[in-house]
Design a protein around this ligand. Sequence first.
Ligand code: FE
Ligand code: FE
Length: 328
Amino acid sequence: MTEIEFGAGLWNFATYLDRYATDGYGEPRSTLAQIDLAARVGDIRWVDLNFPFTDGVTLDDVKAKLAETGIKAIGITPDIYLREHMKGAFTNPDPAKRASAMTRMNDAANVVRELGAKYVKIWPGQDGFDYPFQVDYKELNRLAVEGMRELASGHPDLKFVIEYKPREPRTHMYWGSAAKTILGIQQMGVDNVGVLLDFGHALFGGEAPAESAQLLIDHGLLWGMDVNDNYRGWDDDMMVGSIHMVEIFEYFHVLKKNGWEGVWNLDQFPFREDAVENARLSIRFLKAVHRALDLLDEDALAAAQAKQDALGAQKVVQEALLQSMAGQ
Ligand code: FE
Ligand code: FE
């Protein structure tokens, strides 16, 4: 198997607020300080950057820092989920707010071009609804699909990925599942919009992430991924492999089986943990998964799957995974 390339959302190295610790879990860090921390991890070659950058940081500053650290931009994630867009970016009822979100996304597209990144990552966190009867679903669907079509059509030279998530901050996010996102992209009728599959979002949405990966690959739409872990009741964004070892192994097995090549990108929120150590341990685990893929007896697995033999398959999986873990 080829060498894996690791990446991380730059927010892995930020500090956070939540609705209780409203003074934050640490002093704010600039985009440049976040890139420095990513570089300290050692194995991270790519970062996904929030845009706009933190106060006072220019595009030239970011270019210089990336050049200094040898890290490349995989994607740019425009902040279209802050206070101004609390009722949505694409589906906001106020046309002026939809327009300001569009401007920010167009600006992010220009940064992708400038940095030579692979995609603009669209995470419309505030697009959706909270209460029954709050929205007209047909209108919400129209705004979501037409807005994304307009954005993507304006930049035919670039790729856009939608990162779906079932809920949080809205009780219902518009792009909430792999299948719904595929249907929306088909409705758009464009060829430069795909999906970023966040392993944790699929788990949290009650999906089998490996099955979602296969579905997206079969539709030619799996263009990026995030990995992390959670307890399935929430998007906890914990260290990879801390909870769902077998399912993450299955996920990467499906990617390997399909010859999917791309960056293994961390998306974790170490609220109380050391961000660098959190990333290092995650990558250590991912390397063990990578070795386990080579140890897996594919013929025995195929034979078990041909009979849908659950226990036979588990035996093959245990042999590879446990052996790989023991070899740490
Ligand atoms: Fe993510
Ligand atoms: Fe998430």
